[in-house]
Design a protein around this ligand. Structure first.
Ligand SMILES: *[C@@H]1O[C@H](CO)[C@@H](O)[C@H](O)[C@H]1NC(C)=O
Ligand SMILES: *[C@@H]1O[C@H](CO)[C@@H](O)[C@H](O)[C@H]1NC(C)=O
Ligand SMILES: *[C@@H]1O[C@H](CO)[C@@H](O)[C@H](O)[C@H]1NC(C)=O
Ligand SMILES: *[C@@H]1O[C@H](CO)[C@@H](O)[C@H](O)[C@H]1NC(C)=O
Ligand SMILES: *[C@@H]1O[C@H](CO)[C@@H](O)[C@H](O)[C@H]1NC(C)=O
Length: 460
């Protein structure tokens, strides 16, 4: 009885022996103190008293090589959910959630890329009143091969769409496509960085009836066709102004009519039954943008298609009533554009991270997220890992909107295999504070980053 079990336990413990524990009470304390009154801690105590913004706990840790580690935090915090902020080597940092608990609990603090030699991991007060017992570090396991599908969900997808998804699959994990939102901003990159992005991001916003009625117009479809003719890849978002119920006031002008706070349009009641007048208005809008997407199909342009973006944020009317109506509208959009309008050039890209918002693997080709962190050039790996989990690593993952470009060395070290990035337009790319020109030049000349000249002939 005893022998084999002891042997099994020995094996199990040697498998985790690479994990190293660093006790909080032995770290460098700033504005915090060692406590012992809450039992169950490891070592000789724990650290408490995170009650001022400047309070910190700094661990100094060594690594024999530059290597990625999984970080865990052992904490206790009885009075409500808390957050802490973890900063590696005094740069960047990430927020870690510490759910309320009355006993010593281990949470993941994400991954940290340690330098060879000495490193610091600092726990900053953030939303304090928790107790820290220790952290543990274990070398991150090499992730196995991806298990992505490169067959479009639409059985009738045309050769252009199939070639695009297949191409994205062929570079996934090996390279990242550079991308830029808006033709003017893309031209700025060409003229200042001296490289042209591989992906042009454009918008169906001003092909929407409620905006056309107020004088809007767009040439983004023509620009997309021209860019595709130069061998580029295009992605469309749709800032879909509500079809009716726009406040149209100084504070909430019609042109921000896709925001929940600029309209009382109610997606839930509009979708409740197909005879509702507002349901009809939504269908009319879809039929209208179908005409534009058809032009792209006719021109041989496949589209990374990202409607209902950032739904989970709730700041757009399509996300304002929660997950259920947003997912319902996604299903309607897919069915109407695919089956009624015969649009077979679309690669359907979902753009929320939370699992209860996910329409399902049978309705999504790509998953993606939008992330803005000013002058932080980290790999956004926590979000990437959440998207991996969202679709069980069966869908390719895109960084559909970012503010600051990601450092290619960190993307590779963290195995954050975003297949493309698109930097948002205007000041985000050219203003200097989100991205310096020097940094853009180094990113755009990295071997890991593909530009327009390097993807020529991707259709095969
Ligand atoms: C880290 O390495 C340095 C020098 O190699 C050594 O002096 C120090 O004790 C080590 N620190 C830890 C926490 O292992
Ligand atoms: C630990 O805390 C959780 C949440 O407060 C509680 O549900 C659980 O029973 C506790 N476990 C032990 C062993 O005390
Ligand atoms: C790979 O993904 C497919 C679905 O595309 C799934 O059926 C299969 O179980 C997955 N395999 C692994 C090893 O996860
Ligand atoms: C349609 O939406 C508008 C704007 O929110 C609202 O005033 C109107 O009552 C809705 N119509 C129906 C039939 O629900
Ligand atoms: C992913 O896998 C888990 C467990 O195998 C399953 O519960 C979940 O439904 C899967 N998610 C998707 C999107 O297929």
């Amino acid at each position: 009885m005893y022998g084999p079990l002891a042997f099994a336990l020995l094996l199990a413990s040697s498998a985790v022996a690479q994990s190293t524990t660093y006790q909080a009470e032995s770290a460098t304390l700033n504005g915090v103190t060692v406590g012992t009154s809450v039992s169950g801690f490891t070592g000789t105590g724990y650290v408490e008293g995170f009650d001022a913004d400047a309070d910190t706990l700094t661990f100094t840790v060594n690594s024999t090589a530059a290597q990625l580690y999984d970080l865990n935090i052992i904490y206790n915090g009885p009075n409500g959910d808390k957050y802490t902020y973890v900063v590696l080597n005094s740069a960047g940092g990430s927020q870690v959630s510490l759910p309320a608990t009355t006993n010593w609990t281990t949470v993941s603090g994400g991954q940290v890329l340690l330098n060879a030699g000495s490193n610091t991991i600092q726990i900053q007060s953030s939303w304090g009143w928790y107790l820290i017992d220790a952290i543990t570090l274990a070398p991150a396991a090499e992730r196995g091969a991806h298990n992505i599908t490169t067959t479009p969900i639409n059985k009738n997808a045309n050769a252009d769409a199939k070639a695009l998804l297949k191409y994205l699959g062929s570079i996934y994990g090996k390279n990242i496509l550079s991308g830029q939102q808006d033709q003017d901003s893309l031209d700025w990159v060409t003229n200042n960085v001296n490289k042209t992005p591989a992906v042009l991001g454009v918008d169906l916003m001003d092909y929407t009836q409620s905006r056309i009625d107020r004088g809007a117009s767009s040439t983004d479809v023509d620009k997309a066709i021209a860019f595709a003719q130069k061998g580029g890849i295009v992605t469309f978002v749709w800032h879909w102004g509500a079809p009716t119920g726009l406040y149209d006031t100084t504070d909430h002008p019609w042109y921000s009519g896709f925001y929940s706070d600029a309209t009382d349009f109610n997606i839930e009641t509009a979708l409740a039954d197909t005879t509702n007048a507002n349901y009809t208005l939504l269908m009319n809008d879809i039929d209208q943008i179908a005409v534009q997407l058809k032009k792209l199909q006719t021109a041989g342009v496949p589209v990374i298609w990202r409607p209902l973006h950032e739904a989970e944020g709730a700041w757009f009317w399509w996300g304002a009533k929660g997950a259920a109506p947003a997912k319902k509208l996604w299903g309607i959009l897919y069915d109407r554009l695919t089956n009624q309008h015969g649009l077979n050039n679309l690669i359907w890209e979902w753009n929320s991270v939370k699992s209860d918002w996910y329409p399902g693997n049978d309705l999504v080709d790509l998953v993606s997220a939008d992330t803005y962190a000013e002058n932080d050039h980290g790999p956004i790996s926590a979000t990437y890992n959440s998207l991996l989990t969202l679709a069980n690593d069966t869908k390719i993952i895109g960084a559909a909107e970012i503010g600051s470009v990601m450092d290619p060395a960190q993307l590779q070290a963290y195995q954050a295999d975003w297949v493309y990035f698109v930097v948002w337009s205007g000041d985000y790319i050219s203003g200097g504070s989100w991205n310096s020109l020097d940094l853009l030049k180094s990113v755009y000349t990295s071997d890991y980053v593909l530009t327009l000249d390097e993807i020529q002939g991707w259709k095969g």
